[in-house]
Design a protein around this ligand. Structure first.
Ligand SMILES: Cc1ncc(COP(=O)(O)O)c(C=O)c1O
Length: 450
């Protein structure tokens, strides 16, 4: 976790930044404060109480460290702390945001777009549903039962009726269940998740779009976690077809702070119809003075937003362009390969019960047992034994319908099954996989002997 070598680049960049402001009187900004040093060191001690998120043996929840260029660019921007609400608060960083967001729109096949960065996937989805409400009034919002839990919550906030739909054995939206719901009428918006949080399942957007032609509804794509996988060339047909269709969606959410190598606080919303900017119309008597050009605050739900997040994303895209076959895409391909290899291993070992073949980079499996309850207890024991060995996995409650489809031989003595879940989001996970598997198998042996 040593940052020494990367901080030398920051010193140099900060000297260049300071030259832009050299005509200002006074203030060299030097910090000389023993108390500050003490407090900072105390803070470091506090932070020791964490799982080792940046390390490849952390293979649990959806967490990925920012790229050094993002970290450094973000830190540098903090010396100015621009606010991308308006050009008055962040001229350069607003221009960088527009460029970075345009690159994302291009990635998903939007020829024209309106979009901006925001705090998170949740806020971006809220905004997308808020625009949907303005555009199509108040019919039901449909999403699969595996969609992120915040869709239902945000519909409550917006006072929109929400309905979840059954999924198939892969955890994707069941297209027949969708058509049944559409036949009942009054549907305003369908949320297609390209990469579900629990399983990384990809809803068949291409099929959903065919139904849109017949029934007419708005399509919002939640690609908060999975969006960047559009760059990966080895996906299965369903995921490939779904990603190929994103350009026809009405709105898309992607989180650079998940797979885009950014620090937290970086979600993104994209609208295909730039004219939907009209829904944001407001008067601000305080902010929009220094330019007649569009201020990002005029097309976003939030007011203040960190310019530093835009600076970090811009710098990352500059170093690692989002192109097929490039270094950034290769990192995602490695994650996909790692997930496939781990799934293969747990499918071959008799002590494990494998979940579905991963569409992206999330793997789910449980421990073999007679019934669901015992499988859950064994899974928990392996989870604990692995953590003792510094391999950090996550747990998932698999709902009864999916457990019945995946593991029909398990006695139904509980409603759900507690399973292991691993998000292999770091490019290094592929090279670390033999070590990960060896620790996992040792943990399984220890748990079986206990
Ligand atoms: C598919 C999906 N949508 C939305 C979210 C919410 O994003 P955030 O945690 O950035 O609010 C997540 C988070 O994991 C997600 O996986």
């Amino acid at each position: 976790m040593s940052a020494h070598s990367e901080l030398q680049y920051l010193e140099e960049a900060l000297r260049i930044l300071a030259r832009g402001f050299r005509d200002l009187p006074g203030g060299d900004g030097q910090v000389q404060s023993p108390r500050l040093r003490e407090v900072l060191n105390e803070t470091a001690l506090k932070l020791q109480d964490n799982f080792p998120y940046p390390h490849p043996l952390y293979a649990g929840q959806m967490l990925k460290p920012p790229h050094p260029v993002a970290r450094l660019a973000y830190m540098m921007a903090l010396y100015l702390n621009p606010n991308n609400h308006a050009l008055d608060g962040g001229r350069a960083s607003s221009a960088m945001e527009k460029e970075a967001v345009a690159n994302l729109a291009h990635l998903f096949g939007f020829e024209k777009h309106l979009g901006h960065l925001c705090a998170s996937g949740t806020i971006a989805n809220l905004e997308a549903l808020w625009v949907a409400r303005h555009a199509r009034h108040r019919g039901r919002v449909l999403a699969s039962s595996q969609a992120h839990y915040t869709h239902a919550r945000m519909c409550e906030v917006l006072q929109l009726p929400f309905q979840d739909l059954a999924v198939d054995a892969m955890g994707r939206m069941d297209i027949n269940a969708l058509e049944d719901a559409l036949q009942r009428g009054s549907v305003s918006t369908v949320v297609a998740t390209l990469g579900t949080t629990a399983l990384g399942a990809v809803d068949p957007l291409h099929e959903i779009l065919k139904l849109r032609e017949r029934y007419g509804f708005r399509v919002h794509v939640d690609a908060a976690y999975g969006g960047y996988f559009t760059l990966v060339e080895t996906l299965d047909a369903n995921a490939r077809n779904a990603f190929a269709a994103t350009g026809q969606a009405d709105s898309i959410v992607v989180d650079p702070h998940k797979h885009g190598l950014q620090p937290y606080g970086c979600g993104c919303i994209l609208l295909r119809d730039a004219a939907e900017g009209r829904f944001y119309k407001h008067d601000s008597p305080y902010t929009y003075f220094t330019s007649a050009e569009l201020h990002l605050g005029e097309i976003s739900l939030e007011c203040s937003r960190p310019g530093a997040a835009a600076v970090a994303l811009w710098a990352t895209q500059r170093l690692l362009p989002m192109v097929r076959g490039g270094e950034f895409a290769r990192g995602l391909t490695h994650s996909h390969q790692a997930a496939r290899a781990l799934h293969q291993h747990v499918s071959e070992e008799r002590c494990y019960l494998a979940g579905p073949v991963p569409e992206l980079d999330i793997v789910v499996w449980a421990l073999t047992a007679r019934g669901r309850a015992e499988a859950g207890r064994r899974t928990q024991a392996v989870f604990d034994a692995a953590a003792q060995r510094q391999l950090h996995l996550a747990l998932l409650r698999v709902p009864g319908e999916l457990a019945a489809a995946w593991w029909p031989a398990l006695e139904c003595d509980a409603e759900s099954v507690t399973a292991l879940r691993s998000c292999l989001m770091k490019a290094e996970h592929r090279d670390w996989l033999p070590r990960i598997i060896s620790i996992l198998d040792d943990a399984a042996k220890e748990a079986a002997g206990a």
